[in-house]
Design a protein around this ligand. Structure first.
Ligand code: ADP
Length: 368
C-alpha cells in the first residue's frame, strides 16, 4: 500500500518470514516447552528444529542463568509485564558449548503462549565484556597514576624547599664575602629551585583537577572572569593590558575550576603579548545548541596552526624560557577542566595575528 501499511499477512506469508529469519523464532508454552522452532536454530545452536520440540527451555539454559531466566518467565507469564526485551542468557549448543542468546518475547495469555525472537549475541557479549574489562583496568591505572602524581609532587616539595632555603641562607651569611661568580652560581641555584617549585605546584594542580570531583553550581560566568582578572591584577597593570568583558551568561559549572581556566587563558594572553602593541584582550560568550562557547582573544604573538593541538599537552611550550616564563602545564590544566565539564577547548587565529582560545561547555541545569 502507498502509505507503507500492509494487508494482514496470511499464514503462508508468515511462514516465509519464519523460515527466512537468521534470528531464531520460536513459540513456547507457559510451561517453558518449545512448540514451534524456526530453522535458524540449526545455524545458531546446531540442533534440528524437531530436536527441541516439546523439550523444556530450562534443560538448555546455563545453570548460572537458570534463576534469572525463571524469574523473567514468571514475570511475563504472571502478566505483570507481557513482554521481555534484550534479556540475555547462555544456552547449550549441540556441540556442548554455551552461546549467549538475547530474547525478545511477547505473550498471548489466552493461548498460554510465548512468542520469541532470539539472537545469538555471543561475539557481541565477549566484546562488551572485554571493553568493560579494559575500562575497569583503565580506571584503576588512572587512579593509581593520579595518586602517584599527587604523592610525588607533594613529597618533592619539602626537600626542594629545604634546598632553596639553604642556598639562600648561604648567600645571606656570606654577603659581601663572595666573589661575583659565586653569587651568580647561587642565583642560578635559587632560580632553578624556584622553577622546579613552580613545576611541582603546576603538576600538583593538574593532578588535583583530575582527581577531585567537580562541584557544579549555577552562577554568572562574569563573576568567574572578574575573579580571574582580579587575581592577575599585577600582570594586567604591568602590561597596561586592556581587558574587555562582553555579555556573560549563567551556567552550571565548578566555579573554582572555571575561574582557574579563565585565569590560565587570560594570564597567557597577557604573557604572550606582542612587543609591538599594547595587549588587547577580549572575553566573550555565545550560546549554541545547549553549549556556552567562551572565547578569550588576544592580539599577542599568535600560534602557528601546526601547533594548535600540541599546545594542550603537558610540557608543550613554543617559546624559550628566557623569552617567556612558564611550565607548559597551564593549557593541560585547562583541557582537563574542560573535559571534566564534558566540553571542548581549541584555539584559532585571534586579533591582529594573535590567538583566540575557545571553550565549549554544556549550559547545564539551573538547580535551586
Ligand atoms: P606556559 O604558559 O606555562 O608556557 P601553557 O600550557 O599555558 O604553558 O601554554 C603552552 C604554550 O602554548 C605556551 O608556552 C605558548 O607557547 C603557547 N601559548 C599559550 N597561550 C598562548 C597565547 N595566548 N598566545 C601565544 N601562545 C600561547
Amino acid at each position: 500500500m502507498r502509505d507503507g501499511t500492509c494487508q494482514p499477512l496470511v499464514a503462508e506469508e508468515w511462514d516465509k518470514f519464519f523460515n527466512l529469519s537468521p534470528d531464531i523464532m520460536c513459540v513456547t508454552g507457559f510451561d517453558g516447552c518449545f512448540k514451534r522452532m524456526s530453522p535458524a536454530v540449526t545455524a545458531v545452536l546446531g540442533y534440528a528444529a524437531a530436536d527441541l520440540l516439546d523439550r523444556s527451555c530450562r534443560d538448555f539454559v546455563h545453570p548460572e542463568d537458570l534463576g534469572r531466566t525463571r524469574d523473567e518467565v514468571d514475570i511475563i507469564v504472571g502478566g505483570s509485564r507481557t513482554a521481555t526485551q534484550f534479556f540475555r542468557n547462555r544456552f547449550l549448543h549441540r556441540d556442548g558449548s554455551f552461546r549467549w542468546l538475547e530474547w525478545h518475547s511477547n505473550t498471548v495469555a489466552k493461548d498460554r503462549l510465548i512468542f520469541s525472537v532470539v539472537r545469538d549475541v555471543t561475539e557481541q557479549t565477549a566484546i562488551e565484556e572485554r571493553v568493560q574489562l579494559y575500562a575497569t583496568e583503565l580506571e584503576r591505572s588512572n587512579a593509581e597514576l593520579q595518586q602517584f602524581a599527587y604523592v610525588a609532587s607533594h613529597d618533592l616539595q619539602e626537600p626542594l624547599r629545604a634546598v632553596a632555603g639553604c642556598v639562600q641562607m648561604l648567600h645571606e651569611r656570606n654577603a659581601g664575602k663572595l666573589d661575583e661568580r659565586s653569587v651568580e652560581l647561587i642565583d642560578h641555584a635559587v632560580d632553578g629551585a624556584k622553577r622546579l617549585q613552580a613545576l611541582i605546584n603546576d603538576l600538583l594542580s593538574l593532578s588535583r583537577v583530575g582527581s577531585k570531583g567537580i562541584t557544579k553550581t549555577w552562577f554568572d560566568s562574569r563573576l568567574a572572569v572578574e575573579k580571574a582578572v582580579a587575581q592577575l591584577q599585577g600582570a594586567v597593570e604591568e602590561a597596561s593590558a586592556t581587558i574587555t568583558i562582553e555579555m556573560m551568561p549563567h551556567l552550571s559549572a565548578d566555579f573554582v575550576q572555571l575561574t582557574q581556566l579563565f585565569q590560565n587563558l587570560i594570564g597567557n594572553a597577557i604573557k604572550f603579548r606582542s612587543h609591538e602593541r599594547r595587549a588587547d584582550i577580549r572575553i566573550a560568550a555565545r550560546q549554541e545548541d545547549g553549549m556556552i562557547v567562551f572565547s578569550v582573544s588576544d592580539n599577542g604573538i599568535g600560534i602557528s596552526p601546526e601547533y594548535y593541538d600540541r599546545i594542550f599537552g603537558v610540557f608543550q611550550r613554543l617559546n624559550s624560557r628566557r623569552e617567556y616564563s612558564g611550565t607548559g602545564i597551564g593549557l593541560a590544566i585547562c583541557k582537563k577542566i574542560v573535559e571534566r565539564h564534558e566540553g571542548r577547548i581549541w584555539v584559532e587565529a585571534g586579533i591582529e595575528g594573535g590567538s583566540t582560545f575557545r571553550v565549549a561547555i554544556p549550559v547545564g541545569k539551573h538547580m535551586q
